[in-house]
Design a protein around this ligand. Structure first.
Ligand code: COA
Length: 199
């Protein structure tokens, strides 16, 4: 962790920071973990229970909530919003203020090497696969397969086999995989006749 923190950072004592984490001004971090050499931009909030791996870049104005796990080497753009409560409400049916025991936290996993474009919103309970790329401004409602580019609202597949390899799925260094191979590898939740699938 940097020895001298910039002014106007609120980093609670229960935050676990790895080695050489770089934190810019005006962040609000509490009860979270941040791995070695990760960079956290201005006006980022990371809630309790969130875990960020090593060598990630979290760009300014992003909100990372409880229930989110981000593996290593992940890029998160500016103003990205994670969601963990699918049916939010301020009060109970009886009109009382909701408490921590009145809701269910949905968990989200962003796997190694993925990138989330600026302004994206990620619904809770989903997994963004290894090295997947989420387009700017997307609203992601389903799991995103590894090595896939998605964009739009709701996010649809633009490209498969992004970066040309699917090494974590067992095909190492292949320049290109057939649609069947990709389908076998990713087993995705997106329909094969998705209107965006061939673009
Ligand atoms: C999604 C993305 C990777 C696609 O880039 P690309 O592979 O070069 O694709 P193209 O620009 O050729 O776009 C392909 C199609 O998808 C559409 N598209 C591209 N990005 C889109 C987005 N974010 N949301 C919705 N549609 C998008 C394009 O309009 C195009 O549609 P068309 O064929 O009907 O015209 C890119 O547009 C993007 O959003 N990157 C994230 C950038 C970012 O947020 N960086 C953060 C730090 S600055």
């Amino acid at each position: 962790m940097e020895k001298e923190l910039p002014n106007y950072c609120r980093i609670a004592p229960d935050v676990k920071l790895g080695r050489d984490v770089r934190i810019h001004g005006f962040v609000n971090l509490y009860g979270c973990e941040i791995g070695d050499e990760t960079r956290v931009g201005t006006f980022v909030e990371i809630q309790k229970g969130a875990k960020i791996g090593s060598r990630c870049k979290i760009s300014s104005h992003t909100f990372i909530c409880e229930g989110v796990t981000i593996e290593s080497g992940v890029f998160v753009g500016h103003g990205v919003t994670f969601i963990n409560d699918r049916h939010p409400a301020a009060i109970t049916n009886g009109g009382e203020l909701k408490t921590d025991s009145d809701w269910h936290c949905q968990r989200t996993l962003v796997k190694e090497g993925a990138a989330i474009g600026s302004g994206a919103t990620l619904l809770g309970g989903i997994t963004i696969g290894e090295n997947a790329l989420v387009g700017a401004g997307s609203v992601v409602t389903h799991d995103v397969p590894p090595y896939t580019v998605v964009a739009g609202n709701p996010a649809r597949i633009l490209k498969r086999n992004w970066r040309g390899v699917a090494c974590n799925a067992g095909i190492v260094g292949a320049a290109s995989n057939s649609p069947q191979e990709i389908s076998d590898i990713v087993g995705d939740n997106f329909s094969a006749d998705d209107p965006g699938a061939s673009r």
